[in-house]
Design a binder for this molecule. Structure first.
Ligand code: TYM
Length: 335
C-alpha cells in the first residue's frame, strides 16, 4: 500500500469541532493532489484538542475523530495511497515533544501570536499545553522527516518555529531533521468570518453566523451568506480589495475557489449586480459544493467499522515509520 515516493508531506487538523469552509478552502482542498507524487501523512491531531480542557471534561473526541476522518475521505484522501492516523495512536509524538520541549525557550513560546491571544482572551484557561502547543506540532512534523507541510496562514508562525527548532537540534547534535517547507495557498489562506470579515472564520467562533460549517444544512448555510456583512456603497460595487472591501472580497474568494473561476472573471460577471444578486450567485455556487461534499461525507461516515480499519492501518504504518527514525534521534542524544 505504501508508495515509495521520497517527498514526504504532513498535515493535520484538530478534531475540536465541526470543520469549516475555512479549513476546506485554506488547506483540505489541496490535499488530494499531493497523494499522487508524495508520501502523505494526514493526521487527526486529537492531543492538541486537550489544550482546551483545563477546567472542563472533553467527551466528544471519539465521534469527532470519526467525523474528521470522514471529511478527509470526502475531500478525496485515499487510504490506499496515504497514511491517515490519529496523533495519540503514535506515542512517539509525545516522546519527541518532550525532547524538543527541552530545547525550546519559554520566551519564544510565550511570544507566539496564538498563545498571546488566548492569554488575553481567557487568561484563566491558559495551561502548559497551550504554551507548548507548537512544540507538539513540531514533533508531529519532524518525526516523519517531512519535506512539506500543508496549512492555512494561521499556522505559519508554528511552522516557522518547527523549522527553527529542527535547525537548532541539527546544529547541536548533527544533522538529522529535515527542514520542512511550508505550503500556504495564495488564495483562501485566510477565509474570514461572514459577520466580521476582519476576523478569521474559525471552528470555535462564538457567533455561528460567522462560520459556514461543512455540515451546515443548505438552508442554514445560504441564510448565513444572505445575512453576511458587505457594505453600504450606493450604487453597489463588487470588486476585490480586502482592505477596503473585506466582506465582498471574502465572498469573492469563496466563490472563486468553489467555482474555479478567477477573481477577475467573477469581478466582470458581477459588475452590475446588486449585493443581493451577488449573494444569490455565491449561494448557488456554495450550494452545489455542499451538496456534493456532504453526500460523500455521509457515505463514509455511516460505515464506522471501515473507518476504524482505516485508522488502525494508518497508525500501524505511522508507528512503524516513526519508530525507525526515532531510534536515530535517540542515538544522537545518547539515550
Ligand atoms: P486547525 O484544526 O485549527 O486547522 C486546520 C487547518 O485549517 C486551516 N484553517 C484555515 N485556513 C484558511 N482560512 C481559515 N479561516 C482557516 N481556519 C483554519 C489551518 O491553517 C490548518 O491548516 N495545530 C493545527 C493542527 C496540527 C497540524 C500539525 C497541522 C497539529 N499538528 C502538524 C500541520 C502540521 C490546528 O489546530 O489546525
Amino acid at each position: 500500500m505504501q508508495n515509495s515516493f521520497k517527498n514526504v508531506i504532513f498535515t493535520g487538523i484538530q478534531p475540536s469541532g465541526m470543520l469549516t469552509l475555512g479549513n476546506y478552502l485554506g488547506t483540505m482542498q489541496y490535499w488530494r493532489n499531493f497523494q499522487n507524487f508524495s508520501k502523505c501523512y494526514f493526521c487527526i491531531a486529537d492531543l492538541h484538542v486537550l489544550t482546551n480542557c483545563l477546567t472542563k471534561k472533553i467527551n466528544f473526541l471519539k465521534n469527532s475523530i470519526l467525523d474528521t476522518l470522514s471529511w478527509y475521505l470526502a475531500c478525496g484522501i485515499n487510504p490506499e495511497k496515504s497514511i491517515i492516523f490519529v496523533q495519540s495512536d503514535v506515542v512517539l509524538h509525545t516522546q519527541l515533544y518532550w525532547i524538543l520541549g527541552c530545547m525550546s525557550s519559554f520566551g519564544e513560546l510565550s511570544r507566539m501570536t496564538q498563545f498571546k491571544s488566548k492569554l488575553l482572551l481567557q487568561p484563566k484557561n491558559v495551561n502548559l499545553g497551550l504554551l507548548n502547543y507548537p512544540v507538539l506540532m513540531a514533533s508531529d512534523i519532524l518525526l516523519y522527516q517531512t519535506n512539506l507541510v500543508l496549512v492555512g496562514e494561521d499556522q505559519k508562525q508554528h511552522l516557522e518555529f518547527t523549522q527553527k527548532i529542527a535547525k537548532r537540534f541539527n546544529k547541536i547534535y548533527g544533522k538529522i531533521f529535515v527542514i520542512p517547507k511550508i505550503f500556504i495557498p495564495n488564495l483562501g489562506k485566510k477565509i474570514m468570518g461572514l459577520q466580521n470579515p476582519l476576523l478569521k472564520m474559525s471552528k470555535t467562533n462564538k457567533n455561528v453566523n460567522n462560520v459556514i460549517f461543512l455540515s451546515d444544512s443548505i438552508e442554514v448555510a445560504l441564510l448565513k451568506i444572505k445575512n453576511s456583512v458587505t457594505d453600504s456603497d450606493t450604487p453597489p460595487q463588487i470588486f476585490y480589495n480586502p482592505s477596503i472591501k473585506p466582506g465582498i472580497s471574502n465572498l469573492l474568494i469563496i466563490a472563486s475557489l468553489l467555482s474555479k473561476n478567477s477573481i477577475s472573471v467573477l469581478e466582470k460577471k458581477f459588475k452590475n449586480y446588486t449585493y443581493q444578486q451577488f449573494k444569490e450567485s455565491v449561494s448557488e455556487i456554495l450550494k452545489k459544493f455542499l451538496i456534493r461534499i456532504q453526500k460523500l461525507y455521509f457515505f463514509y461516515r455511516k460505515n464506522e467499522s471501515k473507518l476504524y480499519k482505516i485508522l488502525e492501518k494508518g497508525s500501524y504504518i505511522a508507528n512503524l515509520n516513526s519508530q525507525k527514525f526515532f531510534k536515530k534521534i535517540r542515538k544522537k542524544i545518547n539515550i
